[in-house]
Design a protein around this ligand. Structure first.
Ligand code: BEZ
Ligand code: FE
Length: 290
């Protein structure tokens, strides 16, 4: 490459950055100029060929075509598997020290799932019965009453209802509330590890990189209390083999629970009607004031 080539390439990059100089929003200008600068630096660094550029366009086009506006969101999956979702999460939750840690939202949340009473069973398909209990607290340890816990997990086949159209509506999903002591109780099944979808462009990327697609077993929570920051997190099974190699980098040590055997005493279910044997886990969530 001659000095003339270098100057011409740098000029193209500078012109593209400068084309955002007149943006009406300073934040938009900052984001777009930084994006263009880093994108050009990447193209220059790897000296992208025309065939590779076209392959990139094809990959992004396929990613868009693999979104259905309901439960399949391949762009979120791409962000998750590139570690971008967890980086955005980390940047946006730097200051919460005593509050419960956050993790990826993922692409499988569905709004408007059934309201469920204290201890109601949300599992309409088979699995090891589990009772997940705990409290929702503020950072001073005071119970938060009537907190809404939107909960979702996969069935034993590793698929979410909605994603797997064979599952009954609302299976392993629901909106629970805390009682007057800030306590919640969810009757469900023990979560299982599962692979993220690999039948689209993200799957092609994982295979090309010799990466596996597995997420460690977890239960998703989105907890909402007026006046507090919405908490999006998971509880991971502490004995899962994929804790160290989550396909989307979402595991945090503080978000692990152990499902204990509860073989003998119905009293362990705190008066709730659980089939025996079952497993039980306990976790207190701590919410940060807005
Ligand atoms: C999930 O846990 O549902 C999930 C998160 C990121 C990517 C795929 C799935
Ligand atoms: Fe999940």
């Amino acid at each position: 490459m001659t000095d003339n080539d270098k100057t011409a390439e740098a000029l193209i990059s500078q012109q593209a950055v400068d084309s955002f100089n007149a943006s009406s929003s300073p934040r938009y200008q900052q984001i777009m100029q930084s994006l263009v600068k880093h994108l050009h630096a990447f193209v220059s660094e790897v000296e992208l060929t025309e065939a590779e550029w076209f392959e990139g366009i094809r990959f992004l086009t396929d990613t868009g075509h693999t979104c259905d506006g309901l439960v399949r969101q391949e762009f979120i999956l791409l962000s998750d598997t590139l570690g971008v979702s967890m980086l955005v999460d980390a940047i946006n939750h730097r200051h919460s020290n005593s509050a419960t840690e956050t993790t990826v939202f993922g692409p499988f949340y569905i709004d408007g799932m059934p309201d469920r009473s204290y201890g109601e069973n949300m599992a309409l398909t088979d699995g090891m019965p589990a009772l997940v209990r705990g409290r929702v607290l503020d950072t001073q340890g005071r119970p938060l009453v009537n907190a809404v816990l939107d909960v979702w997990q996969t069935a034993e086949n590793g698929m979410y209802s909605g994603q797997d159209t064979e599952q009954p509506f609302g299976n392993l999903r629901g909106r629970y509330r805390t009682d007057s002591d800030g306590c919640f109780a969810i009757r469900t099944i023990v979560p299982v590890c599962y692979p993220i979808p690999t039948d689209g462009p993200v799957g092609r990327m994982l295979r090309a990189a010799n990466r596996h697609a597995w997420r460690p077993a977890h239960l998703h929570f989105m907890i909402d209390v007026p006046g507090y920051r919405k908490l999006v997190t998971h509880l991971f099974n502490s004995d899962d083999p994929y804790l160290e190699s989550d396909a989307v980098f979402g595991v945090k040590g503080s978000l692990q629970v152990t499902y204990q055997d509860r073989p003998a005493h119905a009293a362990d279910a705190g008066g709730l009607d659980m089939p025996l044997p079952f497993k039980s886990a306990y976790y207190d969530f701590v919410m940060e004031a807005e």
